[in-house]
Design a protein around this ligand. Sequence first.
Ligand code: AQP
Length: 333
Amino acid sequence: NGEIMNRIFSGVQPTGNLHLGNYLGAIRNWARLQDQYDCIYCVVDLHAITTPQDPSELRANTREVTAGLMAAGIDPKRNIIFNQSRVSGHAELAWVFNCVARLGWLNRMTQFKEKAGKHRDNATVGLYAYPTLMAADILLYKATHVPVGEDQKQHLELTRDIAKAFNSMFETDFFPMPEPLILGAARVMSLRDGSKKMSKSDDSDYSRINMTDDADSIALKFRKARTDPEPLPESTDGLEGRTEAANLLGIYGALADETIQQVCEEFAGKPFSQFKVQLIDLAVAVLAPIGHEMKRLSEDPGYVDQVLSTGADRATQIATPILSDVKKVVGLT
Ligand code: AQP
């Protein structure tokens, strides 16, 4: 019956302000994929609570991230947009996968090591088991493609291992192997430190451009962004060892849909002060309409809630028969 030809699943955590890294690295590309794929975009609130969240902020962030997805051009009619906790199948399938995945596999996950840091014993069990929930997110819909950045590659590999192990444990070909969709998206770094990625949880608001920042804040943050005293190089070779400079050129390139080499050629020999003026103009032109639309949507929480609830109903319709088959395969029903 031609089911699930090309289905995409992707998620974003409602852990704080959406920023330029989330936009250029993920959300903008999700909007571009909606013409070619059947897409499910999930605000992953169950993932968010693997680290402590304030309940009222979590609720507000879930709405804000949903508004961000729509403001960036993702159409909730053509795609499914919903928040994870409304479809109980995610947690149910994650439990089954907890009983398939091996401790040794999870012990190798670098994201856990990074996020748990030195206080490993204090990290939640949920943070440790994060990748099995992610596997459930994807396989609950038998998604065929998952857009992934560098940081999520290892988790997708684990998802494939879990699918394979499930299939072999129960002598079935039930789960398809989801393929990574490498979009070659830019990794956006902190404006204060070119060795750290731009992140929602960075203490300094000057480290990131939030999608809701107004033109003045965008200008101020880029003006204060770290660079070096050298002018812009003629080619990418001249960016060697200049992480902050490379980051700003990368951002410009991503916003303008140009390669970094093209940006170098355009600005070769110019000082950063001059380049930043152009960067600010471009960033404001791209982000201001998105920020305005997010603000407009934030004044209409009823509409945003309705999108999430309709999305959850549609997601449930796809997930229910798949979860019910899993239960039969495992012998739970
Ligand atoms: N700096 C970045 N550059 C490019 N892509 C990025 N993404 C995040 N930061 C950058 C991509 O955005 C998507 C959603 O990310 P997420 O919300 O699930 O979590 P994250 O990757 O952990 O993002 P943050 O901002 O760093 O959150 P915190 O501070 O809470 O850990 C993903 O596709 C991610 O690759």
